[in-house]
Design a protein around this ligand. Structure first.
Ligand code: UDP
Length: 407
């Protein structure tokens, strides 16, 4: 027996990526489930029904299903979800009863799902592993102006105290959990997130540029959800400080412009700074197309205030693009200064501008960093992640009930 229940209440693994609330967490849940299924696990991923067009149960493969559980209206905002947790849990249990399902372990993702995981693990008498992906206290410390529901911090503490294990993607996050939430380090496992190397690999630059219709010589890229924490405004200001932006295009992937939202604020900033000819806002891009965007670029920039990991930096590296990133999350772990990219200790435009100028003016350096980036990413495909997850699952299941292929 090797049946896992993944709970990802707010992040549907099949949602369109790059919009306000869909990104790395959705990718992480789907990819780990897919790769775990190659090792003999069956995984049901429970997520909240959010689109009337979606089927109740979607078979992603023979061993992975996405199950949409009703809780509140399909249009409910993320801010309303804390009040829908108990409905979600009740309907999830009804689904389990109706189909007479049994699971050996629960892995919950994010604090909303952590509450459900905690409660169900007590009721079903099985282990519960949690991955927070982001933490209220680290977000609040990272950037002034962040707002989180008051109960989030308390709930995270409760989940952290009671889960059988906590999985984090970096030792920086482990440190945050021990320091800010008082969790004993022995209960936290660091499992580095991964990249799909079959999808993310270098593609001929000329062809890539032709496909996305770019004729400029210098291409700078940013990819991600458009959220103030991602610091895309820092990138825009950094571009405005560069001495020479001739023959340069900056592509910003992610987000949908709606009046007053973060993306429209960034477009206004670009207008104000007279960068309309240089910046191109692409909106969300299907992940199938992202290897083309990465491969077309000379530099990938990630000026985030906070990342629990930041998959996009690893995807860019796998495609052979030097990364200039704030010293947070995955980049802090993956980038060695001046070897395969640059880490910037302060989220402010000047140092980003400086490193962009250095890299754009030195093709040999870019090529050296591109090769080094590919080597770094080569060891970090999702197999590496799920090997470790599988070992943790097995260690928590009595008599190694989850003892499956390759674990
Ligand atoms: N992504 C995408 N299309 C977009 C923007 C992002 O497919 O327009 C994907 C990207 O490939 C990555 C994920 O969304 O896998 C973003 O993950 P990351 O960890 O960088 O950011 P998070 O959402 O966790 O803050």
């Amino acid at each position: 027996m090797k049946n896992l229940a993944f709970i990802s209440m707010h992040a549907c693994p099949l949602a369109r990526l790059g919009e306000k609330d869909s990104g790395g967490l959705n990718v992480y849940v789907l990819q780990t489930a897919k790769y775990l299924s190659n090792r003999g696990y069956n995984i049901d991923i429970f997520t909240r029904a959010h689109d009337p067009q979606d089927q109740h149960v979607i078979n992603v493969s023979d061993a992975v299903r996405v199950i949409h559980i009703e809780a509140g209206s399909h249009e409910s905002l993320k801010s309303e979800l804390p009040s829908l947790v108990s409905d979600f849990q009740e309907n999830l249990e009804l689904f389990k009863l109706e189909y007479n399902l049994n699971y050996e372990l629960i892995h919950s993702h994010y604090w909303l799902s952590g509450q459900v995981g905690l409660s169900l693990s007590e009721r079903w008498q099985i282990p519960h592993i949690t991955t927070f992906h982001t933490l209220a206290l680290t977000k609040l410390q990272a950037r002034i102006g962040e707002i989180e529901p008051a109960i989030r911090e308390l709930t995270e503490s409760k989940i952290a105290r009671n889960a059988d294990a906590i999985i984090v993607s970096t030792s920086e996050e482990k440190h945050a959990l021990t320091r800010l939430y008082n969790v004993h380090p022995d209960r936290i496992e660091v499992v580095t997130a991964g990249v799909d190397l079959e999808r993310f690999h270098p593609i001929d630059k000329y062809l890539a540029r032709k496909t996305i219709e770019i004729s400029e010589s210098n291409i700078i890229l940013s990819v991600g959800r458009i959220d103030p924490l991602k610091g895309v405004d820092i990138l825009i200001k950094a571009i405005s400080m560069m001495d020479n932006t001739a023959d340069t295009k900056v592509l910003i992937v992610g987000g949908e412009p709606e009046s007053g939202n973060e993306l429209s604020k960034l477009i206004n900033l670009s207008n104000k700074l007279g960068l309309n000819d240089i910046l191109r806002f692409e909106g969300t891009v299907n992940q199938d197309m992202l290897p083309i965007y990465y491969s077309a670029s000379d530099i990938f920039v990630m000026p985030s205030y906070y990342e629990s990991f930041g998959l996009v930096a690893l995807e860019a590296m796998a495609c052979g693009v030097p990364v200039v990133a704030s010293r947070v999350g995955g980049p802090k772990l993956l980038i060695n200064q001046g070897g395969n990219g640059y880490l910037i200790p302060w989220v402010c435009p000047e140092p980003f501008s400086e490193k962009l100028e250095i890299l754009l003016s030195n093709k040999i350096l870019r090529e050296k960093m591109a090769n080094a980036s590919i080597s770094t990413a080569r060891n970090l495909d999702w197999n590496n992640t799920v090997n470790k997850l599988s070992n943790i699952y097995c260690s928590l299941t009595p008599n190694n009930k989850l003892d499956v292929i390759g674990a």
